[in-house]
Design a protein around this ligand. Structure first.
Ligand SMILES: [Zn+2]
Length: 402
């Protein structure tokens, strides 16, 4: 195994890196060769040579005349995105969702399957595998599979480190289970990292962004950091586990071993626990999923229900503490909040902003934006597709050549 600290780059690696840089630009927008040269720092001659190969491989096409930089008219290039598909899979505590996407993030088909917390892990995995096989049979152009699992996820061991409420899943090796089953490459990431990649690749926000932080506020709390296009992973791939960062060292004990973890105060599960204790009348239908139940609480808060408003405001405050820790630890220019609690973003964001403004250095607050995800689709599911897309675009010759 190569020592990462001193790894070199062979000519073939450099060729692929340059191809990847161009493909990644074209994934965002149509460009002329001159635009690409300006953005990548490659010479015009190099861009001409590399794009000729990408066109020959069927990865890139010419699209006629476009207006380039400074209104100059030149031939446009586009990425052939629609004929290359990836499969995104979101595994969460009560359901799994499988979606087919093209590499521009456009969804083709999404299928959701619920399961009980008490159900045997092996049976659920068999069901997932069968559905994946069905999708691969139906969509022949799928080039890679991305999967998002609840964090923290130990990538080397392929297993989820702490999965609250699902102890039977603790020993499941996701990497071997799924990589050995399919003849397509399978890439697995923890859910918050996947969400961060979804925002990086497909998010509707002002570009350019240098460091993007994604705060997953769902069944649990997590965060993912993308710095200049690369996920911050740490030694074992569990960096930026904000959900298990303590906000009260004397607080209740968490399953991870720490005390007063953020996740114990402001996940969807915690919000509903508080509603059951303080305003049980808001949750009349016991069959609601957590997401559905949370939406009811938000709806009640919007109608002025005082108990609902109090709980929602406190959730906002705790999410604000999470943002403060993210800002101080990673100095992102953008924090995007996604997943279940983002459905109440209109109620939560003012409280989050207020809490953050009061507690961070003004220069940090003024230069960072905090937004609610506008992806319009489950960001973890799209993130699973983004993880696969990112890997595919890093090696275009291997995955995209016709
Ligand atoms: Zn914890």
């Amino acid at each position: 195994m190569t020592d990462r600290n001193v790894a070199g780059s062979n000519n073939s690696d450099l060729t692929e890196m340059n191809r990847s840089a161009i493909v990644r630009i074209l994934q965002q927008k149509m460009c002329s060769r001159a635009d690409i040269a300006r953005m990548t720092g490659l010479t015009q001659a190099s861009v001409t040579k590399i794009t000729a190969i990408l066109i020959e491989m069927g990865i890139v096409s010419e699209v006629g005349i476009i207006k380039g930089n400074g209104n100059r008219r030149s031939i446009g290039l586009r990425l052939n995105a629609e004929d290359k598909l990836v499969l995104g899979i979101k595994f969460s505590r009560q359901m799994f969702t499988i979606g087919v996407f093209d590499i521009s993030g456009k969804p083709y088909k999404v299928r959701q399957t619920k399961f009980e917390l008490s159900q045997d892990a092996g049976a659920v995995i068999s069901k997932m595998k069968k559905q994946i096989h069905d999708f691969l049979k139906k969509y022949a152009n799928i080039v890679a599979i991305g999967m998002a699992v609840p964090g923290p996820f130990f990538r080397e061991k392929g297993r989820i480190a702490v999965i609250t409420e699902l102890p039977g899943w603790h020993d499941v090796n996701f990497v071997s289970e799924f990589s050995e089953e399919f003849d397509k490459p399978v890439f697995i990431e923890q859910d918050a990292n996947a969400g961060a990649m979804a925002e990086w690749w497909f998010g509707d926000h002002i570009r350019p962004v240098t460091t993007l932080a994604y705060l997953l506020a769902g069944e649990g709390i997590g965060s993912g950091i993308v710095d200049n296009g690369n996920l911050l992973l740490g030694m074992k791939g569990i960096a930026s586990e904000i959900g298990h960062m303590s906000i009260d060292v004397n607080g209740p004990k968490c399953e991870c071993g720490n005390c007063g973890c953020l996740e114990l105060y402001c996940s969807a599960a915690q919000m509903l626990k508080r509603v059951r204790q303080e305003a049980p009348g808001l949750l009349v239908d016991g069959n609601d999923s957590r997401a559905e139940a949370c939406e009811k609480v938000f709806a009640a808060a919007r109608c002025g229900n005082k108990k609902a408003l109090k709980i929602v405001n406190e959730m906002g405050k705790y999410l604000g503490y999470g943002c403060i820790n993210i800002l101080n630890a990673y100095n992102p220019d953008l924090i995007v909040i996604g997943d279940i609690l983002s459905k109440g973003g209109d109620l939560l964001l003012p409280e989050i902003q207020k809490t953050v403004r009061e507690r961070v250095v003004p220069e940090i607050f003024d230069n960072a934006r905090i937004e609610i995800s506008r992806l319009g689709i489950d960001s973890t599911l799209l993130g699973a597709a983004a993880i696969a897309t990112d890997k595919v675009l890093r090696k275009p010759s291997e995955y995209l050549a016709v």
